[in-house]
Write a protein that binds this ligand. Structure first.
Ligand code: UGA
Length: 351
């Protein structure tokens, strides 16, 4: 690793952010422009979330993706590369498994090869889903010692996790690559995913889908009784974590990190109740005016091959010990922020 730390005041640094126009990327870009003097080389196929920055002289935006080998070579010329690009919506893992594997294994592996050759530090976003089919009574998931069970080839839900896990192993296996792997535990916040039929098609992840239903006055759909649990993490905490990496490259290099908030564990059924309550507060209406939640079967809703993780509880000791990070935003705060944003951003469309 060639950096002791990345000085925020050093205006000779350029960070490449792949997937910069997405949910996490747009928040990261904003923070880099606000907190540092660095330049950003941003790559994405979409840019509507970062429109306000496109004229910033410190930003170069390239509308492209990692399918193009010339783009990969160009990205790897920069000393620090953050890769957030991925198909990462569960509703697509069954019907588009081949594309999911290309996006989550082939493209990152090609980028890893290029970074190994150029000497760039690759910060690669993997997923909490690599822990697989965790059960309701599964305990803390430790980055380096958890056992991993994925479903069989017919259980295509695991196409994404399989590809992400292989990409991690590939990066760790490249002896001359400076790599860091980040495993997000359900990051949520403004700009997450899309509203179906407005700026995307299909089923977004749970926070965006529940928010869309609430804004439209439609029933929230609870998959398999909503018994699965998740630990939701504010995207602002996630961005702070990336800055902890930037400040500690040597400690972060060659490591995989869980990034999650164990204090925010909740079942999906409880999440539906809490989001309904907060949405009613935000809109100044009574909970009784919001349609009653509907139960749906997972396979009918998402398609054949859908399975679920029942509990995903991160061990967060390693991030604290090696780079001094702990997620702090309480669930209620992040849900209120997200729901207020969804209501304002999509409210007019829904009316
Ligand atoms: C997600 C994605 O696979 C990954 O992109 C990502 O790394 C990770 O988890 C994350 O967001 O950090 P998952 O948590 O299963 O997987 O994604 P969601 O679609 O948000 O589903 C969460 C839970 O809510 C599941 O039990 C799902 O069945 C349920 N759900 C989802 C509903 O009950 N109703 C809905 O409308 C949507």
């Amino acid at each position: 690793m060639k950096f002791a730390s990345l000085n925020p005041k050093d205006n000779s640094i350029t960070v490449a952010i792949v997937g910069c126009g997405g949910f996490i990327g747009s928040h990261l870009l904003q923070a880099v422009l606000e907190r540092t003097c660095w330049r950003v080389f941003a790559v994405d196929l979409e840019s509507y979330r970062i429109q306000q920055h496109l004229s910033n002289p410190r930003l170069e935006f390239l509308c492209a993706d990692l399918a193009d080998p010339l783009v990969v070579e160009r990205i790897a010329k920069f000393p620090v590369v953050v890769n957030l690009a991925a198909i990462c919506v569960p509703s697509r893992y069954m019907s588009e498994a081949a594309a999911v594997i290309r996006s989550n294994y082939d493209h990152p592996a090609r980028l890893a090869d290029a970074c190994a050759k150029s000497g760039s530090w690759l910060i690669h976003f993997s997923t909490s889903e690599i822990y697989g089919k965790t059960l309701a009574d599964s305990g803390l998931l430790d980055e380096d010692s958890a056992d991993i069970t994925l479903g069989g080839v017919g259980a295509s839900r695991w196409s994404y996790a399989t590809a992400k896990l292989l990409a991690e192993r590939y990066m760790a296996g490249l002896s001359n690559l400076d790599w860091t792997v980040v495993r997000p535990f359900n990051f949520v916040g403004p700009f997450m995913d899309f509203m179906p039929g407005v700026d995307g098609e299909g089923i977004p992840r749970v926070l965006a889908n529940f928010s869309s239903a609430l804004v439209r006055g439609e029933p929230i759909k609870l998959v398999n009784g909503g018994v699965a649990k998740r630990t939701f993490t504010s995207v602002h905490d996630a961005v702070d974590f990336i800055f902890c990496l930037f400040a500690n490259p040597e400690a972060a290099c060659g490591q995989a990190f869980n990034v999650g908030n164990p204090d925010n564990e909740i079942s999906i059924a409880e999440l539906a109740r809490l989001m309904t309550e907060i949405f009613a507060e935000v809109k100044g209406i009574s909970v009784a005016e919001i349609p009653v939640t509907q139960m749906v079967d997972g396979v009918e809703y998402y398609g054949v091959g859908y399975e679920d993780s029942l509990r995903r509880m991160p061990s967060v000791q390693k991030a604290e010990r090696l780079v001094g990070f702990r997620a702090l935003t309480p669930l209620r705060d992040v849900l209120r922020e997200s729901l207020t944003w969804f209501a304002e951003h999509y409210g007019i469309v829904a009316e």
